[in-house]
Ligand binder design. Structure first.
Ligand SMILES: O=P(O)(O)OC[C@H]1O[C@H](OP(=O)(O)OP(=O)(O)O)[C@H](O)[C@@H]1O
Ligand SMILES: O=c1cc[nH]c(=O)[nH]1
Ligand SMILES: [Mg+2]
Length: 218
């Protein structure tokens, strides 16, 4: 595992631990408004952490009393997400990178027990990615197949200058796959879990993020 590009919020004590705990806790997670809001709050924290790595320039600001100098982003990133579970995490990032353009992918896992996991990708709407800082947010990084397939699909809309993947919870297997396929990516997590089960769900994880946020799929 390439640790210099891997950042885990819950590796140190902070409010991020509360948000991840509530996402996981069976006595709290079925409050879907709170579940979505906790993903959004994590998105806000992850956006803030990523913002510390981005380029800034000195700009002059006129207040009612004087002028002052401050450091502002030289350019907004592009925010990308994978429908549908990605929406609340993405929304948190958009709260902070509030002028960012966006890219959306529609992808879902076809879950059949003990067979190779298939990812169906049926929708991609992207802004120009050429030379942009791209942040792709998806709450669950399980096998990493959805993230890598979505990212590779996006590349037909330009090569980003920098790539960040952000997730609430990841598995070690998923991180290894993503680092093998996209070694240039920086990875930002709420938490890193222990393993995947036979249905490719993260353990201990939180269950199905899309269903908890938006209801069971039929
Ligand atoms: O790392 P992977 O093994 O690819 O799994 C992760 C994917 O699973 C979830 O989506 P899901 O397929 O459940 O779709 P949904 O958002 O419609 O619930 C999640 O939001 C990721 O996109
Ligand atoms: O644990 C997992 C894996 C994929 N998708 C989820 O929502 N949860
Ligand atoms: Mg799902």
């Amino acid at each position: 595992m390439q640790n210099d590009k891997l950042h885990i919020l819950t590796a140190t004590p902070s409010l991020a631990n509360h948000f991840v705990a509530e996402l996981r806790d069976v006595s709290v997670q079925h409050d879907s408004l709170r579940f979505r809001r906790n993903l959004e709050r994590l998105g806000e924290l992850l956006a803030y952490e990523i913002s510390k790595t981005m380029p800034y320039e000195t700009r002059e600001i006129v207040t009612p009393l004087a002028t002052t100098k401050t450091q502002l982003l030289t350019a907004q990133p592009v925010l990308a997400t994978i429908l549908r579970a990605g929406l609340p995490l993405y929304n948190g990032m958009l709260n902070y990178f509030d002028k960012a353009y966006s890219t959306f992918v529609g992808a879902y896992r076809v879950e059949e027990q003990n067979t190779e996991l298939q990812i169906n990708m049926e929708y991609l709407a992207s802004t120009d990615l050429h030379d942009k800082i791209l942040i792709l947010a998806d709450p669950m990084l399980a096998t990493g197949r959805s993230l890598v397939k979505s990212y590779k699909g996006m590349l037909r809309h330009g090569k980003p200058v920098q790539v960040h993947f952000a997730a609430a919870i990841a598995s070690p297997e998923g991180i290894a796959y993503v680092q093998q396929e996209v070694p240039e990516a920086h990875i930002w997590l709420g938490a890193m879990d222990e393993s995947l089960n036979e249905n490719f769900y993260i353990v201990p994880g939180l269950g199905d993020a899309g269903d908890l946020a938006f209801g069971p799929k039929v």
